[in-house]
Design a binder for this molecule. Structure first.
Ligand SMILES: C[S@@+](CC[C@H](N)C(=O)[O-])C[C@H]1O[C@@H](n2cnc3c(N)ncnc32)[C@H](O)[C@@H]1O
Length: 238
């Protein structure tokens, strides 16, 4: 087993997740919280990025807080849930430097495929990297979960990791992992951890590479993106 994963699995049961603090169903599953914190600690992560702010923000912030130059960039498309995550962090008195950003989801082409993508200022993620760890817990289905990987990959340090939540239950997420593998080949290695929470996949960035976007299914995927975008516009995030 990958030694960083083995170290995190061995240590995760000792990580406390307070029932008083954990906000419930929408937040990262408690055992996934434990793994995420233990993994952040195991790799000595100092700079972290996440898509999908919430309880996960606090779990990782507590682990990086002791490192000099620590930084966590936490991105969400919802001003409301981003603000709730910020309040939870502030009331925890965690000393880590956490930058909360709200970025709406907008259609953007990746090769020939239109995907919903977090509209952050161009070059921002690269400029704030390199990151040791990225955590992807964006809204489910087609809402930014595939595109963030392409946006993140150049900003993750070689030897760093990207963790995807919910990779057990959502066929869509497994489809995304297949697309990432097809795009990056040997520059990444995906390690599924099916027994933890709703399924986490730990992806090691082996090397820098440019993606080779797949053309297959481009029309269908792009139409789904337009459908999802129109639904988003009708039900704007809080
Ligand atoms: C799976 S949640 C992210 C959870 C976060 N990583 C955590 O550990 O709490 C994905 C998205 O759902 C939204 N969200 C968070 N809490 C929510 C709630 N109680 N009800 C509806 N949406 C929520 C946020 O905008 C977030 O980006």
């Amino acid at each position: 087993m990958n030694p960083d994963i083995a170290a995190a699995v061995a240590a995760m049961d000792k990580i406390p997740v307070s029932q008083m603090e954990h906000p419930g169903d929408w937040a990262l599953d408690p055992s996934s919280c434990r793994f995420l914190a233990a993994f952040t600690r195991a790799i000595g992560a100092r700079r972290v990025i996440e898509f999908g702010s919430g309880f996960s923000t606090l779990m990782m912030a507590r682990e990086i807080a002791a490192h000099e130059g620590n930084y966590l960039l936490s991105v969400d498309d919802s001003p409301h849930y981003s603000a709730l995550a910020r309040e939870a962090l502030e009331s925890s008195e965690c000393a880590a430097k956490v930058d909360f950003r709200v970025a709406p989801l907008r259609p953007r082409f990746y090769g020939r495929r239109l995907l919903l993508s977090y509209a952050l200022p161009k070059g921002l993620v690269d400029a704030l990297g390199p990151f040791d760890l990225a955590f992807v817990d964006a809204p489910h289905h087609n809402h930014g979960r595939e595109s963030v990987f392409y946006d993140l990959f150049p900003a993750v340090a070689p030897g760093g990791y990207i963790i995807l939540d919910d990779s057990n239950s959502h066929d869509q997420d497994n489809k995304f992992i297949k697309s990432w593998k097809a795009a990056y080949g040997g520059a990444m290695e995906a390690i599924p951890l099916e027994g933890i929470g709703n399924g986490l996949t730990v992806i090691e960035k082996v090397d820098d590479d440019v993606p080779f976007y797949q053309k297959e299914g481009a029309v269908g995927d792009s139409l789904r993106t337009l459908r999802d975008f129109s639904r988003l516009l009708l039900n704007k995030p809080e």
